[in-house]
Write a protein that binds this ligand. Structure first.
Ligand SMILES: [Zn+2]
Length: 81
């Protein structure tokens, strides 16, 4: 398996991050121990869209991470601090 040293794969859309001109177009989210692209980060700023939640929950379980407290309305927070 070939790994690009500076690259990442977005956890949500599974697209490759853009690294032209040395710009790291990804956001690492510590609470989820993963990296998403800037587009997915922006698209879910108010909380993870419900269709992403099953994938996120499975990931948290695999990593042994706690599930962050839900926001009002039941939204899973994008980047809890
Ligand atoms: Zn993405």
């Amino acid at each position: 398996m070939i790994r690009k040293s500076a690259g990442f794969t977005c956890f949500i859309c599974e697209g490759d991050g853009q690294h032209s001109l040395g710009v790291f177009n990804g956001k690492h989210i510590d609470a989820y121990r993963t990296t998403v692209c800037a587009d997915c980060y922006r698209a879910n700023e108010t909380g993870w869209a419900p269709h992403h939640v099953p994938k996120i929950m499975a990931h948290l379980q695999n990593e042994g991470l706690p599930v962050p407290a839900r926001k009002p309305g039941g939204w899973l927070p994008l980047d809890p601090n």
